[in-house]
Design a protein around this ligand. Sequence first.
Ligand code: NAD
Length: 247
Amino acid sequence: MDFSKIKQASDMIKNSSKTMVLTGAGISTESGIPDFRSPGSGLWENMDPMEALSTTVLYNNPKKFYSEGYKILLGMTDAKPNTAHYVLAEMEKQGYIKGVITQNIDNLHQKAGTKYLLEVHGNTREGSCTTCGKVVDINVLTEKVNNNEIPPKCNQCGGLLRPDVIFFGDMLPEDFNIALQEMEDCQLLIVIGSSLAVSPVNYLPSMAEKFIIINEGRTAMDYRCDLKIEDKAGVVLEKILMELNKE
Ligand code: NAD
């Protein structure tokens, strides 16, 4: 690890009056959830998430969606936060960051204690009816799927139930608009564990005054960032917090 970069990141955070964090699937691989694009272990190696997790399949072939894509989502609900999630919650508590914008749907920032969280791709805590809008706990959907009610139907109106996750083909939720507003006066954005290949979220870094990328592997915005730290998220964040807390 290049310690001069840890010091540089810590100085940038200290000198910034507003710092936000943007996370992607790479922050959760150390919690056992595969990302999309890591060579050898990413979900993309075995299937095409762009198809399995799409509105086209959900609405036109819900049986396929609930037997393939939905299983990926279920694999996330029991995972536990790792060091990186906890360090970010601590950095928020100590006032070094305002909050976290996440592309992840695994609920791990929330479980780790992050208070100001913008979930721009939804979450796996809840689902809702595509006809009447009734919101249900995700366990209601899962129980129905486990009981072979595929696709699961709303108890109130009989409409199709779906997870409140943003799929390829969906509109982004209000949290994304709030994230855009946050970028207007954001002096520093720290991007962690994202290939920055998914738009429109990958527009956010260039809207901030400066941005740091902490990622194992290349990203689509490496050429534009102010600092790149190429290592595992947990170990890098732990070292940055130690540096910030030095007298
Ligand atoms: P991505 O898979 O495109 O990129 C992840 C990046 O993180 C890769 O460059 C990888 O090399 C890097 N990485 C892996 N482990 C790391 C670690 N320990 N430390 C640092 N870097 C690490 O992910 P993305 O950019 O978030 O885009 C994928 C989309 O899929 C997002 O929309 C996301 O919502 C969704 N997704 C979410 C989850 C989740 O909620 N945990 C999991 C898979 C996919």
